[in-house]
Design a protein around this ligand. Structure first.
Ligand SMILES: Nc1ncnc2c1ncn2[C@@H]1O[C@H](COP(=O)(O)OP(=O)(O)OP(=O)(O)O)[C@@H](O)[C@H]1O
Length: 615
C-alpha cells in the first residue's frame, strides 16, 4: 500500500480543523453550529478532499481503501456525536467545537477502523486463499520464499481477524449495556408516572420482570441481529466480489443454484404448511366426529345411524390417508429434485474443468525427424507472429534472418523489439501465423518434439535451480549422466573453477532455488546444464548478463569450438562485439546486420546505440 496519499489526507484534515478554529476565533463565534454545523463541516471536508485529489491526480479515481479512509475521517466525528446525542448520553449542542483531543482520537479511530475493516471484511475470503497457497506449497507447488510470504499473510490476517472479532464483540456488548440502561431508565420514569389503577391491574412482580428480563432480552435480540445483519451483508458482498473476480462463470452457476434451491425450498415449505393445516383439520374432524357420535350414542342408536356415522368416519380417515400419501410422495420427490439440481450444477462446474482436459492444442503437432547429425543452421523465412493474447498486434513482421551453423550470432536491439519472441518461436513455445522457422532446411515442426528440445537448448536470463546438489542441477532430467559428462559441461561453461573450490564440489547443496549461489554462478550452472545435453544450437537469452565480460567471452569460445551454433540475445552491446554475425532488431523487423566492424562503419542504429551505451 502506498502510504503518501494517506499522510496527505491526514495533514489535509488537520489543516482544515486548524482553519475552522482560526475562523471561529476571528469571527468571534463560540460554536461551530452544533450537530448540523459539524455535519456540514464533515461534508465540506469530504468534497474538498475529493476535489483536491482530482486536481492532483486527474481522472484517476482514489482507490477504495483510500476513499473509505477519507469518508471515515470526514464523517466519523459527526456520526459519533449524533449517536451520542441520540442515545441521550451527551448533548453536543451545548459544546462549542470538538477539541484537539477529540479530533486526534477521530483520526486514530479512522486509521484503526480502516485497517481493521479491511481485515475483517477480507478475513473469510483471504484466510481460505492463504490456506490454499500454504497447502499448495506443502504439495510442492510453491517455493520456500513464497511459502513464508503466504504463511506470514495467513498469520497476519488471522491475528487481525481475531483482534477485530474481539473489538466488534466488545463494541456490541458496550452498545447493548448502554441501550439496556437507557431503555430501563425511560421505562422506569414512565412507570412512576402511571395512574394508581394501572398498578392495581398490573402486579408489581410482572412489572419488575418487564423492567429487567424483558428489556434485557429485547436489547440482546436487537443488538445481536444488527451485528449479524451487518456482518452477513458485508461478508456476502465481499465473498461475491471475490468469487466473481476468481471466475464469473462459476459464481453465476453457484448463484443460480442458490436461487433455484431457495425457490424450491420455499415452494416446499408452503406445501408442507398447507399439508400440515390439512392434517390438523382432518384430526380435528376425526376428533369431532368421534366425540360427537360417541357422546350422542343414544341418538345414533335410536336413529339407526351407526352405518352412516361409520361411513362418515371412514371418509375422513380416507381423506387423512390421501393427504399423508401425497406428503409421502412429495417429500422424496422434493429431495430428489433438490439433489438432482445440486448434482446438475456440479456436473456443469466439472464440465468447465473437463473442457480444459479435452482441449486440443492449436499448434502443429511434432513430426518424426530425428537425424543423426545436425549442422545447426537456422532460418527465419518471412515470419509473422502475434501473441495469442493480442492476436491483432503483430510483434514480428515478415521477418527473415539466417543464423549460420557453428557460428555465434547475436540479436540486439531496444527493449520490446521482438528478440525474445524470436527465441520463443525457435523453441516452439508458439507457432508463427505466417512464414516458417527452419532448422537445417526443415520446418521445426517436422522434428521429433524431444529431439528438437535436446538439440536446441535455451538458457534464460533468470535460470531456475532446484534444491539439491550442484551436480544434480547440471544433470537435471538426464538419466545416465556421469560425473565425467558433468565435469566436461562445467568446464565449457567456465564453472569448473568455482565448483572445485567448493568444499563438497559437485555434491555441494545449492539451497532452495539455488539461493546459496550468486546470480553469476547460477547462470554458469544453468549453461553447464544446457551443455551436458550436447545440443547443436544454444540460445543464451541474456543468460550471461551477470557474468564478467571475460568469462562471457570464454564461454562463447568454448561452446563454438565444438561446432555448436550459438545465438546470443543481449542488451549490452559490448558483450556481442566478438559475434560472427550481429542482427539489430526493432519493431519486430531486422533493421541492420553484419559484423561489429561493418555495422559501426555503416553509422546506423547499431552504431548510435553502441555510442549511446559507451559514450
Ligand atoms: N506473452 C506476451 N503476450 C503479448 N505480448 C507480448 C508477450 N510477450 C511479449 N509481448 C510483446 O511483444 C513485443 C516484443 O516483445 P519481446 O519480449 O519479444 O521483445 P524483446 O526485444 O525481447 O524485449 P526485451 O529485451 O525487453 O525482452 C513487445 O511489445 C511485448 O510487449
Amino acid at each position: 500500500m502506498r502510504w503518501k496519499p494517506y499522510v496527505c489526507v491526514l495533514l489535509g484534515d488537520t489543516l482544515l480543523w486548524l482553519l475552522l478554529y482560526c475562523e471561529l476565533l476571528l469571527l468571534q463565534c463560540s460554536s461551530c453550529g452544533g450537530l448540523p454545523g459539524l455535519w456540514a463541516f464533515g461534508l465540506f471536508k469530504w468534497t474538498f478532499m475529493l476535489l483536491a485529489w482530482t486536481v492532483f491526480n486527474g481522472d484517476k479515481p482514489p482507490g477504495p481503501v483510500l476513499h473509505r479512509f477519507v469518508v471515515l475521517l470526514c464523517l466519523l466525528l459527526p456520526a459519533f456525536e449524533s449517536v451520542r446525542t441520540a442515545s441521550g448520553y451527551w448533548t453536543f449542542e451545548g459544546r462549542p467545537v470538538p477539541g484537539p483531543g477529540t479530533v486526534l482520537l477521530a483520526q486514530l479511530s479512522s486509521i484503526a477502523a480502516c485497517a481493521l475493516w479491511d481485515m475483517e471484511l477480507t478475513r473469510d475470503v483471504l484466510i481460505p486463499k492463504y490456506q490454499g497457497s500454504v497447502l499448495g506449497m506443502l504439495r510442492g507447488q510453491l517455493y520456500q520464499t513464497h511459502y513464508l510470504k503466504e504463511l506470514g499473510g495467513l498469520a497476519l490476517v488471522s491475528l487481525g481477524s481475531s483482534l477485530f472479532t474481539g473489538l466488534r464483540g466488545g463494541t456490541f456488548m458496550w452498545i447493548l449495556a448502554r441501550l439496556n440502561q437507557r431503555v430501563k431508565s425511560l421505562l422506569y420514569s414512565s412507570l412512576l408516572k402511571q395512574d394508581i389503577h394501572f398498578f392495581e391491574e398490573n402486579k408489581p412482580g410482572s412489572l419488575a420482570s418487564r423492567l429487567h428480563s424483558d428489556v434485557d432480552a429485547m436489547g440482546r435480540t436487537v443488538v445481536m441481529n444488527c451485528n449479524l445483519l451487518a456482518r452477513s451483508t458485508l461478508k456476502i458482498a465481499l465473498m461475491l466480489m471475490m468469487t466473481l473476480w476468481l471466475s464469473w462463470q462459476l459464481t453465476l452457476l453457484v448463484v443460480v443454484e442458490m436461487r433455484l434451491q431457495i425457490v424450491l425450498q420455499s415452494r416446499y415449505n408452503e406445501y408442507r404448511k398447507e399439508v400440515k393445516e390439512q392434517v390438523l383439520d382432518c384430526e380435528a374432524e376425526i376428533n369431532r366426529l368421534a366425540s360427537q357420535t360417541l357422546g350422542n350414542i343414544r341418538v345414533v342408536r335410536s336413529c339407526r345411524a351407526e352405518r352412516y356415522e361409520a361411513t362418515e368416519y371412514d371418509r375422513v380417515l380416507n381423506h387423512m390417508r390421501d393427504i399423508k400419501r401425497r406428503k409421502g410422495i412429495y417429500s422424496p420427490v422434493f429431495l430428489l429434485v433438490r439433489r438432482l439440481l445440486s448434482v446438475g450444477i456440479r456436473v456443469l462446474i466439472l464440465h468447465t474443468v473437463f473442457s480444459y482436459l479435452d482441449r486440443t492444442p492449436t499448434g502443429t503437432l511434432a513430426g518424426d525427424l530425428a537425424p543423426h547429425t545436425l549442422e545447426g543452421k537456422i532460418s527465419f523465412r518471412n515470419v509473422t507472429f502475434a501473441y495469442p493474447s493480442a492476436p491483432d498486434r503483430h510483434v514480428l513482421q515478415s521477418l527473415s534472418m539466417e543464423l549460420p551453423a557453428g557460428k555465434m550470432t547475436a540479436i540486439v536491439g531496444p527493449s520490446g523489439g521482438g528478440k525474445t519472441s524470436c527465441v520463443s518461436l525457435l523453441k516452439r513455445l508458439y507457432e508463427p501465423q505466417g512464414g516458417q522457422v527452419l532448422l537445417d532446411g526443415e520446418p521445426l515442426h517436422s522434428y521429433q518434439y524431444k529431439y528438437l528440445h535436446q538439440k536446441v537448448t535455451l538458457v534464460p536470463q533468470n535460470p531456475q535451480l532446484f534444491s539439491g546438489s550442484v551436480g544434480s542441477n547440471i544433470a537435471y532430467g538426464l538419466e545416465n549422466c556421469t560425473r565425467g559428462m558433468m565435469e566436461e559441461a562445467a568446464a565449457r561453461a567456465s564453472a569448473s573453477g568455482f565448483i572445485e573450490s567448493l568444499e563438497q564440489k559437485y555434491d555441494t547443496e545449492v539451497g532452495e532455488c539455488g539461493v546459496r549461489l550468486g546470480e553469476g554462478l547460477k547462470q554458469c550452472v544453468a549453461i553447464a546444464r544446457a551443455l551436458v545435453r550436447r545440443p547443436q544450437v544454444i540460445i543464451l537469452d541474456e543468460a550471461t548478463s551477470h557474468m564478467d565480460a571475460n568469462i562471457q567471452h570464454a564461454v562463447a569460445q568454448k561452446v563454438l569450438v565444438q561446432g555448436v551454433t550459438l545465438l546470443v540475445v543481449a542488451h549490452q552491446l559490448k558483450t556481442v562485439e566478438q559475434a560472427d554475425h550481429i542482427i539489430f532488431m526493432d519493431g519486430g523487423a531486422v533493421l541492420e546486420q553484419g559484423t561489429h566492424q561493418e555495422l559501426m562503419e555503416r553509422r546506423g542504429r547499431y552504431q548510435r546505440s553502441y555510442q549511446g551505451a559507451f559514450p
